[in-house]
Ligand binder design. Structure first.
Ligand code: G6Q
Length: 556
């Protein structure tokens, strides 16, 4: 579909970003201000808390607790301009083939654009197709939710099981959990991703097949884990319902590969399509979100898309210095490449966002875990930080110790909401008090003098001293709604893109994932072989395979 698109000009050899004068200017600037403590920065500039903030699409970003000055921001923006960020943003929105190694456009933004906005890919307006799929999804969801879509024996659907992995799982699970407050409580949702039979067995063990709908999500419809689980589900369903014809009523597919879907036995009228210009990890707002729509309904799903779109518009139009994804991305570059932070903790103070860090891990690390530039040269600077995290306040009773007093610098993104979805006494105030107190303590710490003045025994003073100067962002929104979730996800999607542009890497391919898919197939054949196979791996792998083959049935 995208073969006729021209190769974008930015793929021509550009200097490594570390060789750009703007990068060197940032290094010099770091030498000058790197040692300044946030305590000092807040004293010399007492209005930081108002100044270093930005708003867009219902999200408020406070980045005043980052180790930056106005000069840092100016230099980071100069770097962004030198790397051609404004033009690259436009190139993405215009549908240029910015995924250069796969020669594909990157147009997840088209999934949430209004119906009357034409979006061209290779000269063709894709908007009508996008909205036709949305209509198809909505009609199907209404039938399932309204009880008109019935199972093979005529019972309404009560259980929805999403089978998919990676981008075809993490987005749907995260969105389901995040928007559970808005979901139909008389429908149960389960997600199967792992090829480990336990995942399947535990997900279906208490389900009545007659009331269960499987949504098989796979862009390629060739992924080993998903197809294996889908076939297990097919057998489970036919065995329980005693009829092959049951498949038609209990399976639907989300894919770009109609041939494989038909081969599996699913009628294409029960297939929801998407396009090669939607990357797996950028697909939760495509038909891959069918389980989300089944849970929250078409109207809420559309509200989520509107939130995504609001952030897209903000990203495309807001000036760099007030642009949330640009700021988030440039601050990540500053912390990573100049302050030397290797990881970034994402800390949502919202129980419904419990799977958000896991979702972000794929989005950030699969996108920017790259070591060569667009034209194939090895980088001499760090690319993606390691993203991790847990919902607050649980993390406080576990790994926050290392953030406060360990030897590593771990920037944090705190995420909170002003209004609770489940008000319970003063609990929301307590939750948010923890968020504000943590970011404050991380920034300002507690000096030895302060600890001493509290009457602490001298020997304990070093142990009870907090160096502080740990940078953080705080993202605040009014309330967790479908719109806010869309805006939040789009914020991180675009921030990942901004970082990828600075590092001049392809944020939209995933050759490491493809490698895993190929390697497992070869080894699986060796494990399945009836006779002892001729192994030609290294001695460790050969011995492990032989030992596994010998022992696998011994306890049975
Ligand atoms: C995402 C990756 C990867 C992909 C899975 C599942 O960007 O490409 O995580 O989503 O490997 O692939 P399928 O959807 O094709 O089964």
């Amino acid at each position: 579909m995208t073969a006729d698109l021209p190769r974008p000009a930015f793929t021509e050899a550009a200097p490594l970003v570390s060789g750009r004068p703007q990068w060197r200017a940032l290094q010099r600037h770091h030498d000058e201000i790197g040692g300044r403590h946030l305590r000092e920065l807040f004293t010399t500039e007492s209005s930081r808390g108002e100044r270093y903030t930005a708003e867009g699409a219902g999200l408020y970003l406070d980045y005043s607790k980052q180790r930056i000055t106005a000069e840092t921001l100016g230099l980071l923006q100069d770097l962004a301009v030198a790397c051609g960020l404004p033009g690259r943003i436009e190139a993405m929105f215009r549908g240029e083939r910015i995924n250069v190694t796969e020669k594909r456009a990157v147009l997840h933004t088209a999934l949430r654009a209004p119906a009357d906005e034409p979006i061209r890919v290779g000269g063709k307006d894709v908007s009508p197709e996008v909205h036709a799929v949305l209509e198809h999804m909505a009609a199907f969801c209404e039938r399932v939710r309204g009880g008109q879509w019935t199972g093979h024996g005529g019972k309404p659907i009560r259980n929805v099981v999403n089978i998919g992995i990676g981008g075809s799982d993490l987005g749907p699970v995260m969105a389901y959990e995040a928007l559970r407050h808005y979901s139909r409580r008389d429908l149960q949702f389960r997600f199967i991703s792992n090829v480990d039979g336990t995942d399947f067995a535990e997900a279906v063990r208490d389900l009545d097949a007659a009331e269960t709908l499987f949504v098989i999500c796979s862009k390629t419809f060739t992924t080993l884990e998903t197809l294996t689980n889908a076939h297990a589900a097919r057998r489970w369903c036919i065995e329980a319902l005693g009829d092959e014809k049951a498949v038609a009523k209990h399976f639907v597919a989300v894919s770009t590969n109609d041939q494989e879907v038909v081969k599996f036995g699913i009628d294409t009228k029960n297939m929801f399509g998407f396009w090669d210009w939607v990357g797996g990890r950028y697909s939760m707002d495509s038909a891959i979100g069918l389980s989300t729509m089944l849970a929250i309904g078409p109207e809420n799903f559309r509200a989520m898309l509107a939130g995504f779109h609001a952030m897209d518009e903000h990203f495309r139009n807001a000036p760099l210095e007030r642009n949330l994804p640009v700021l988030l991305g440039l601050l990540a570059v500053w912390n990573n490449n100049f302050l030397g932070a290797e990881t970034l903790a994402v800390l949502p103070y919202e129980q419904y966002l419990k799977r958000f860090p896991a979702y972000l891990q794929q989005l950030t690390m699969e996108s920017n875990g790259k070591h060569v530039t667009l034209d194939g040269r090895t980088v001499d600077y760090a690319t993606s930080a390691i993203y991790w995290g847990e919902p607050g306040t649980n993390g406080q009773h576990s790994f926050y110790q290392l953030i406060h007093q360990g030897t590593r610098l771990i920037p944090c993104d705190f995420i909170g909401f002003c209004q609770p979805l489940n008000p319970l006494g003063q609990q929301h105030d307590l939750l948010m008090a923890n968020l504000f107190a943590q970011s404050e303590a991380l920034a300002f710490g507690k000096t030895a003098e302060e600890v001493h003045a509290e009457g602490t025994a001298a020997a304990l003073v070093p142990h009870r001293t907090f160096e502080g100067n740990r940078p953080s962002n705080t993202i605040l929104a009014e309330k967790l709604t479908p719109e806010t979730l869309g805006a939040l996800v789009a914020l991180y999607e675009h921030s990942v893109f901004v970082q990828g542009v600075i590092w001049n890497i392809d944020s939209f391919d995933q050759w490491g994932v493809e490698l895993g898919k190929a390697l497992a197939t070869r080894t699986a054949a060796e494990l399945a072989a009836k006779d002892e196979p001729q192994l030609s791996h290294d001695s460790s792998t050969n011995t492990l395979i032989r030992r596994y083959r010998r022992l696998r049935h011994s306890g049975a």
